[in-house]
Design a protein around this ligand. Structure first.
Ligand code: ATP
Ligand code: MG
Length: 583
């Protein structure tokens, strides 16, 4: 039995905006130690360990074996895979007393790969899946969502090792099935979406997202069952358009039209179309950004998108990884005088053109499409500029925003957008790490083959907050039973010592019969405050020993439904046991 930790709790300034964090702090589950760094208090630590245990059981059930690496790691392996540099400012780098370089592990691909290389040499040792549940460190840029995005957090990461891509498929499917069991048991409302594998390469890649308005991930779904993280949405490419009848491109004066809106207004006034009015979708907007590569070098990039769409920063970021995206500042414009701000066009863009700036366009900009776009002089635009005839970009990029109503890439209907919290990610890692670190085994024919890997993560500490995001009401947290810090929250009310004696005895009996109890034995605290606290804390079953005791009765309340029943004290243990076991 544990008694209520709330008794000693003083107000803690909540530093995060999400509901889950406010509730977890108010109810005394976690406490901030520094930005993005949290202490786990008794109740919170219980929940965290329960989540860990569920993850552990399901990983063990698919034959994955648990190991535990240090969090403090040497630089060399990360140097070999280039991640010492590639990870950029998110990596916590530390020095020892001899000025040797170390890092706090953000994820452990290198260590797992090297371990398997050390231990095994034959196809007979495979397939193999190893995992750990461990504290990770990432110097996240915006740690503002409490434990949803910590700079120190607990992750389960596992890695599969297989002799072939075909064998990998079975490891992947086993992990996928285990993840479904994990997130079901955690009581999360989640979806599985197609994801980007990013810089890691490989093809199979899926994310498990908990539905939540506060989620940082946006995903799309279609009526026909397509679901993808917005970063992974592939724009259906329209067929090329014939342009034999297209007039020649012509430059026109369009004074004071630096924005799409002013441009469209001007076009409709001065160059009205016969078939329909001009719209933003007829214009090609060329946006400049600055890429910063992991080695610190900066590279300008021009992106052409239909003028009715914005650039989606997350989609763009996912495309250019491991480079990061920075704004193209005034100094950058000064350094590139060919760029006429507000009137930039394909005339100067492109590696083979005057500016030499790489120019990538939205996949909708197919050959034959006609555009109004900048003429590279202040106050002038070019009309009837035909892609494939008048300009040839350096390639395409999936950087434009995805909008509700856009067609799903598989033809399964219009897309709808929703928000989610990334809880898990499973993907094909391929041979990136095994190649970089030389992980090879002998196959059946005695030939050396490079091992193929999969990578699988679960946000364990993040799950604690995500569950709260999914499961709370006006009064507080409502824990799913599997992760609740206790089975029963026992509240003793009133001033009568007999009440406390009976409640204390009940608590002991319950614990002896395997029902865990959180016992609010505070003296001199009003019943109203205690009830409020019990709702805030969120244990699924609340038992009140108070006034009814005179008649030998206690009250049992269901936290979720608010339903109350009075039962004889003598039957309480049996009754509560069955309630706990039933659900
Ligand atoms: P995100 O896009 O949210 O930053 P990620 O793609 O960086 O996540 P992975 O590297 O795949 O995440 O890590 C595996 C899992 O660890 C994620 O699915 C997520 O649940 C969890 N996780 C990642 N970063 C954090 C963090 N800063 N705090 C808590 N959990 C995290
Ligand atoms: Mg991240």
């Amino acid at each position: 039995m544990s008694t209520l930790f709330l008794r000693t709790l003083r107000e803690d300034p909540v530093d995060a905006e999400v509901v889950s964090h406010k509730l977890l702090v108010r109810a005394g589950y976690v406490r901030r130690a520094a930005p993005g760094i949290y202490s786990w208090l008794p109740l919170g630590y219980r929940v965290l360990r329960k989540v860990e245990q569920i993850v552990r059981e399901e990983m063990d059930a698919i034959g994955a074996q648990e190991v535990h690496f240090p969090a403090l790691l040497p630089r060399e392996p990360y140097e070999a895979t280039n991640r010492w540099t590639e990870y950029g400012p998110n990596l916590f780098r530390v020095k020892d007393r001899k000025e040797g370089d170390y890092l706090l592990g953000p994820t452990h691909e290198e260590m797992f790969t090297l371990l398997v290389k050390d231990l095994y040499s034959s196809y007979k040792d495979l397939p193999l899946s190893l995992y750990q549940i461990q504290t990770k460190y990432r110097d996240e840029q915006r740690p503002r969502a409490g434990i949803l995005r910590g700079r120190e957090f607990v992750m389960k990461d596992s890695y599969s090792f297989d002799i072939s891509d075909e064998a990998f498929k079975a490891s992947y499917d086993a992990h996928r099935a285990a993840y479904i069991k994990i997130f079901d048991r955690l009581g999360l409302d989640y979806v599985i979406v197609a994801a980007m594998s990013g810089a890691m390469g490989g093809s199979a890649s899926e994310e498990f997202l908990a539905n939540a308005a506060s989620g940082e991930d946006t995903y799309v779904r279609s009526p026909g069952g397509y679901a993808a993280n917005v970063e992974a949405v592939v724009t259906p490419v329209p067929p090329p358009v014939p342009y034999d009848d297209a007039p020649e491109a012509h430059v026109e004066d369009t004074p004071d039209t630096p924005t799409i809106e002013t441009l469209v207004g001007h076009l409709n006034e001065r160059f009205p179309r016969v078939d329909r009015p001009w719209s933003a979708a007829d214009t090609l907007k060329n946006v400049l950004v600055m890429l910063r590569h992991p080695d610190g070098t900066r590279e300008p990039l021009a992106i052409g998108v239909p003028g009715d769409r914005e650039i989606d920063e997350k989609r763009l970021t996912a495309q250019v990884e491991p480079a990061t995206v920075e704004p193209f500042g005034d100094d950058d414009f000064r350094a590139h005088p060919l760029l006429a701000k507000g009137y930039i066009g394909p005339g100067v863009l492109g590696e083979k053109n005057a500016s030499g700036i790489r120019f990538l366009v939205d996949p909708r900009v197919v050959d034959g499409t006609r555009w109004v776009t900048g003429a590279d002089q202040a106050g002038r635009h070019v009309l009837d500029l035909v892609a494939g005839r008048d300009f040839t970009p350096d390639g395409t990029i999936e950087a434009a925003e995805v909008r509700a109503g856009d067609p799903a890439p598989d033809g399964s209907g219009p897309l709808e957008l929703a928000r989610g919290i990334e809880m898990g990610h499973i993907f094909q890692l391929g041979r990136k790490y095994s190649e970089a670190l030389g992980l090879q085994v002998l196959d059946e024919n005695g030939k050396l083959v490079t091992v193929t890997m999969g990578s699988y993560g679960v946000g364990v500490s993040r799950a604690v907050a995500a569950i709260v995001e999914n499961s709370h009401d006006e009064q507080g947290i409502v824990w799913p039973r599997e992760v609740s810090p206790a089975d029963v929250h026992l509240v003793a009310t009133g001033k009568d010592e007999a009440v406390f004696a009976a409640a204390g005895e009940l608590a002991d009996e319950l614990e002896r019969s395997g029902v865990t109890v959180l016992y609010d034995d505070r003296r001199g605290v009003s019943p109203g405050v205690k009830f409020k606290d019990s709702e805030l804390v969120g244990v699924p079953t609340i038992v009140v020993v108070g006034r009814g005791l005179a008649d030998g009765l206690v009250e049992v309340k269901d936290r979720r439904t608010g339903e109350r029943t009075e039962i004889p004290l003598a039957e309480a243990v049996g009754h509560l046991r069955s309630v706990v076991l039933r659900s």
